[in-house]
Design a protein around this ligand. Structure first.
Ligand SMILES: NC(=O)c1ccc[n+]([C@@H]2O[C@H](COP(=O)([O-])OP(=O)(O)OC[C@H]3O[C@@H](n4cnc5c(N)ncnc54)[C@H](O)[C@@H]3O)[C@@H](O)[C@H]2O)c1
Length: 359
């Protein structure tokens, strides 16, 4: 008989609903508790979601006293570190929402705690479950591009600034670079096999977020709505990383991998103000190469699929725990992109190139 997986939810805001909706589709999963620091919010969530026997808590540490196989951590970014460390120390497996953390020091502590605990820490990057992301990785790693020396990634929303906890430094820690930039970094770095970053030189601004013409909470807007960074890696590789939540432009360009033998251009799926970033699916891909001495561009067929990527990430977490498999998107890998985001924030602040020190 299949074991029923006992799951808890920490943070019962917007994205927690998406987690619950997926858990509900899975047989043999029981939501046994929900915690939210706002008094009454977890109880309301339990009732609204019809979670029957699930216990509401205001302190996540009380939830962690329950017998649980895993927790979904759905709190704002600055709470990711403490809630994750507490959950791992309490012997729970963790599916953590992106971005992993705000600072590199937090991410290092989370990974060390994960290793000590022997429990799972997986980060919730649902675009990884688009089979086309795997195709991009396979193409880049096939050797067909030759030596890859330059990668450009990122994405631009023309108007797509969130509000609430996302724009407050004490809750989000960072703005667009971490919020949607983490997806762009993951798609590019995962394709490259997560090479080791050495330095970052970055610029950030927030001309849109702080302007009441463009944001209804402009007076509370404290993070960046635009950023650009040049990242150097070991092995003669550079990456340019560009992100906007809002801009006077239709696009910040494609993701591209330039190699000595070929180039791959990849565009995200979707249209509209909130599109153009890597939180969804792959739209189209083109391979640039020479063929019989001719400059040739070949469309790479996109794999059609009906997968619900968010469902796939929640299901994979549950199954990985049940089957005692390694973390699907392990914290010790995502630590590397967290080091880059940390470097971006430090470089933008100091207006200088900064070194990235990985443990
Ligand atoms: N994967 C995705 O597609 C996706 C989409 C949106 C948001 N997110 C991520 O999910 C996280 C949450 O975003 P959201 O939109 O749900 O935010 P939200 O502000 O709507 O909800 C966060 C909730 O966490 C609660 N909270 C804060 N600190 C807590 C703590 N220590 N213990 C328990 N509860 C706590 C808040 O009271 C709030 O109810 C963010 O890190 C965000 O980046 C991911």
């Amino acid at each position: 008989m299949t074991k029923t997986m006992r799951i808890g939810i920490i943070g019962s805001g917007g994205i927690a609903h998406a987690h619950i909706n997926q858990y509900k589709k899975l047989a043999d999963v029981e939501i046994v508790g929900v915690a939210d620091v706002v008094p009454g919010k977890a109880k309301q969530f339990v009732e609204a979601q019809g979670l029957g026997g699930a216990q509401p808590f205001e302190d996540h540490r009380k939830l962690l006293e329950l017998d649980l196989d895993g927790v979904s951590i759905c709190t704002p970014n600055v709470s990711h570190h403490q809630t994750t460390v507490d959950a791992l120390r309490a012997g729970k497996n963790v599916l953590l929402e992106k971005p992993m953390s705000v600072t590199l020091a937090e991410a290092i502590d989370m990974v060390e705690t994960q290793r000590e605990s022997g429990k799972m820490l997986t980060i919730g990057f649902q675009p990884r479950y688009d089979p086309n992301m795997k195709l991009v990785q396979d193409i880049v790693q096939s050797g067909k591009l030759g030596k890859v020396y330059y990668v450009e990634t990122g994405g631009g929303r023309r108007r797509g600034m969130p509000g609430g906890t996302f724009i407050r430094k004490e809750l989000a820690g960072a703005g667009a670079m971490a919020d949607i930039g983490c997806y762009s970094l993951d798609m590019a770095l995962n394709a490259m096999g997560y090479p080791k970053p050495l330095t970052v030189s970055a610029y950030t601004s927030n001309y849109f977020g702080t302007n009441p013409l463009y944001h209804p909470q402009a007076s509370q807007f404290e993070v960046e709505d635009f950023g650009v960074a040049l990242v150097r890696f070991e092995g003669d590789l550079v990456l340019q990383f560009k992100i906007s939540w809002a801009m006077h432009m239709d696009s910040l360009g494609s993701t591209m991998f330039l190699g000595s033998e070929g180039g791959l251009k990849v565009n995200p799926h979707g249209t509209g103000n909130w599109s153009g970033v890597w939180d969804g699916k792959v739209g189209n891909m083109t391979l640039f190469h020479d063929f019989m001495g001719q400059q040739t561009s070949t469309p790479v067929p996109v794999i059609e699929h009906q997968k619900d990527l968010f469902f796939e990430k929640v299901r994979d977490f549950v199954e990985a725990v049940r089957e005692d498999r390694p973390a699907p998107i392990p914290g010790d890998q995502i630590l590397i992109q967290q080091a880059i985001i940390d470097g971006v924030l430090r470089s933008a602040e100091s207006k200088r190139e900064v070194a990235i020190e990985l443990p």
